[in-house]
Ligand binder design. Structure first.
Ligand SMILES: Cc1cc2nc3c(=O)[nH]c(=O)nc-3n(C[C@H](O)[C@H](O)[C@H](O)COP(=O)(O)O)c2cc1C
Length: 251
């Protein structure tokens, strides 16, 4: 997304979080900023810049390490099971999607594809979950039906990661599925580094034939995960720092 478009008032609000990252980048002048973007920054009106710094000050303080270093994100990532609006800005979503595409990929097969479910499409997904549930349990009560439908409303943005394996003489299907899983982890890490919450879920719907059909999967494809993305609505649970020596041994 060009920086000049996020400098408009409307998208300033929409891209609040993304902006914080961008402004922090500018203020620290520590990350790669293209020549074009530098020019746009230089030509931004001083008053606009003052508004940015006022708006981003609390966020920068809260996420004082935003954008978080890769090492910090890798060592501290946690899931956000409770998510709310707003979803990621278009720019943040692009960063998240691009991170998926750098997953390790034996043979460069690109054995994955992704569906982004946002807005009203989430209601369609909820209906699909319900259809799948009714096939197995036709006598669901109205309340149970509602609970099932709202599963698709648990976050403003859902990315459905699909393993799309190809026949390959050297790369077995399982490795291609690992690659799709690595893509989900990359997205989760990218979101976390941007200060955006996410949680990787599967559950019965990920393996349901009706859900697969409704989402347009072919017979070889698998759902690797639903990555729910949004604003963390509860405090991060403290994670237990594991001891490397319990899991890594010299051999
Ligand atoms: C393949 C896969 C599927 C998962 N499915 C679910 C799920 O359906 N529901 C859930 O609560 N957590 C699920 N998780 C676990 C969460 O994403 C998360 O990792 C877990 O709650 C631990 O939290 P943490 O990531 O903050 O350590 C899944 C994880 C993986 C790797």
């Amino acid at each position: 997304m060009p920086y000049n478009s996020i400098f408009s008032t409307k998208s300033l609000i929409e891209n609040y979080r993304g902006l914080c990252v961008v402004v922090k980048q500018k203020l620290n002048a520590c990350l790669t900023v293209s020549f074009k973007n530098r020019r746009q920054y230089r030509y931004t009106k001083p008053s606009t810049l003052r508004i940015f710094s006022l708006m981003t000050k609390p966020m920068i303080k809260k996420h004082s390490k935003a954008p978080m270093s890769a090492i910090e994100a890798l060592q501290t990532r946690s899931s956000s099971p409770r998510l709310t609006e707003p979803g990621p800005s278009p720019q943040s979503l692009t960063y998240i999607c691009k991170s998926a595409l750098r997953a390790a990929d034996h043979g460069m097969i690109r054995p994955w594809r992704f569906l982004i479910v946002e807005g009203d499409s989430r209601e369609k997904l909820g209906e699909l979950f319900l259809k799948a549930s009714l096939t197995k349990s036709p006598n669901l009560k109205p309340q149970q039906k509602e609970i099932i439908k709202t599963k698709a409303l648990r976050a403003p943005t859902i990315i459905i990661a699909i393993a799309n394996p190809q026949d390959h003489p050297k790369v077995p299907i399982i490795e291609q599925e690992y690659s799709a899983a690595a893509a989900v982890q990359n997205m989760s890490l990218a979101a976390f580094a941007l200060g955006i919450g996410s949680v990787w879920r599967t559950g019965a719907f990920a393996y349901d034939a009706i859900v697969h059909e409704g989402l347009g999967l072919n017979k070889d494809e698998k759902i690797i995960g639903f990555l729910y993305i949004g604003t963390r609505s509860s405090a991060a649970k403290p994670f237990v720092e594991l001891d490397t020596t319990d899991y890594f041994k010299a051999w």
